[in-house]
Ligand binder design. Structure first.
Ligand SMILES: [Zn+2]
Length: 444
């Protein structure tokens, strides 16, 4: 259910590099109810002086956020903790229904009636499975992705276009998930002893291929991506790129405001499709200083090879996951295989069990995955501060991102749930950098 509920492209972005920082406000109109303030004036404590104190400067920035906005964004983000649990439990329930009521076995039987060709069995089973879990998961999907997002002022779509995006995501899942299912079941059937190794290899190669094609073939299904032309924005970015040895000729923008009010940017792609993209919310509300700080961060992902490091990390995680699947599937089949009418590991009817075991694995490893990503994000923050030299733009970006992230979590809370450093820590990093580079700001 998790695979179907989260649009494929979104899931990818999280996996790719989570390059997400954001921007400032120069608009005349007052901020919306969920919008964080745009701090055009640097607070006095954050201005260069002989007794500049990074902690006092951080607190001064945070003090500019009205209490009710903090409460709202905390409620949104903390609700997300519970959704991790509910998604997991709901998905487990759906899997157990499919197995125990033998719906999965019935779908397998139907797929065998259609054809005798095994790869087509797998694909026909996948088609039925995806449609069933999408329907069963729909109540939770519509609450999480539509009503809840609107309640917190983060969504911009009416129901029709939102539903259209859901159907597109379903189609993408149908094709990509179907190809992967056919490949993996083929491997399991042909290599009954060594499939965990080859399964991990093929999954990681498939993931790399998806990352490679995503910017060109998947993202445009949902949004319009164009080259950014405004020299006021592009020139400083390309100058920063040249200064850091990045061979970029173009910067891209995406019309994310079609779906969301969130400000963000990211690095996506692989090899020659790798690119930096700003979303239009960032362009509209971000000050030049803020956009430069965000772009410095994104270039950090690029220069520090985060996509490649991330793929290597996933290769380790996938290997562990396949070893655990090899053990877990056999263990469960010995106990309940007959009851569920599953003939063996190569039988497509086993898929709900695979999804159940993988979701347990994902649930347990959430803090590990978050900590890996958060560590990369922190590295990109440090690179971005050095490259852009915009600590105050960076602090403003952290405040804007606070529209959908809790600013000041506890230490353990941040370790478990945060895939980026918290806003408070990001502002502190920026102010500490500023404290050590005060001469850049006092000589003017
Ligand atoms: Zn990032």
């Amino acid at each position: 259910m998790m695979t179907a509920r989260i649009p494929f492209a979104t899931g990818l972005c999280i996996l790719i590099a989570g390059a997400i920082v954001c921007a400032t406000p120069v608009l005349a109109q007052p901020p919306g109810p969920n919008e964080m303030p745009s701090v055009i004036q640097v607070p006095p404590e954050a201005q260069p002086s002989a007794h500049f104190d990074p902690m006092a400067a951080t607190n001064a920035y945070l003090a500019q956020i009205p209490a009710e906005k903090t409460a709202r964004s905390d409620a949104y983000f903390e609700g997300g903790y519970w959704l991790i649990l509910w998604d997991f439990l709901y998905g487990a329930l759906v899997a157990l229904i499919l197995l125990n009521l033998r719906w999965s076995a019935a779908m397998r039987n139907l797929s065998e009636r259609v054809t005798r060709f095994k790869p087509v069995h797998t694909f026909v089973y996948w088609l039925q499975y995806l449609i069933v879990i999408t329907i069963l998961g729909f109540p939770l999907t519509v609450y999480e992705d539509y009503f809840r997002e609107h309640k917190y002022g983060l969504a911009t779509q009416t129901f029709g276009p939102w539903m259209g995006d859901q159907l597109k995501a379903l189609a993408v899942n149908l094709v990509l998930g179907g190809i992967l299912a056919v490949l993996l079941f083929g491997i399991v059937r042909r290599l009954p002893r060594t499939w965990p190794v080859w399964g991990a290899v093929v999954t990681i190669l498939f993931f790399m291929l998806t990352v490679l094609i995503a910017p060109v073939y998947i993202v445009p299904i949902f949004n319009k991506v164009t080259r950014l032309n405004d020299p006021k924005i592009v020139d400083p970015i390309l100058s920063m790129a040249r200064a850091n040895g990045i061979p970029a000729k173009d910067v891209y923008q995406i019309d994310a405001s079609r779906q969301t009010t969130r400000m963000s940017a990211n690095v996506s792609g692989f090899g020659h499709t790798m690119r930096i993209t700003l979303n239009d919310n960032l362009l509209r509300r971000g000050s030049p200083e803020e956009i430069q700080a965000v772009m410095g961060h994104e270039m950090g992902h690029y220069v520090l090879h985060h996509i490649y490091v991330g793929i290597m990390f996933l290769a380790i995680i996938y290997s562990l996951a396949f070893a655990y699947l090899y053990w877990g599937l056999n263990w469960a089949l010995q106990r309940w295989g007959e009851k569920w009418q599953i003939r063996g590991v190569g039988d497509t009817a086993i898929l709900p069990l695979v999804v159940l075991l993988v979701s347990i694995f994902g649930f347990v490893t959430t803090p590990v995955m978050n900590t890996f990503t958060r560590t990369q994000e922190h590295e990109a923050d440090m690179f971005g501060l050095n490259a852009s030299r915009q600590p105050d733009g960076f602090a403003q970006a952290a405040i804007h991102l606070g529209e959908y992230r809790k600013m000041s979590p506890g230490r353990v809370e941040e370790w478990i749930f945060f895939d980026h450093p918290s806003g408070r820590n990001r502002i502190y990093d920026a102010m500490r950098w500023k404290a050590e580079n005060l001469k850049l700001f006092t000589s003017q």
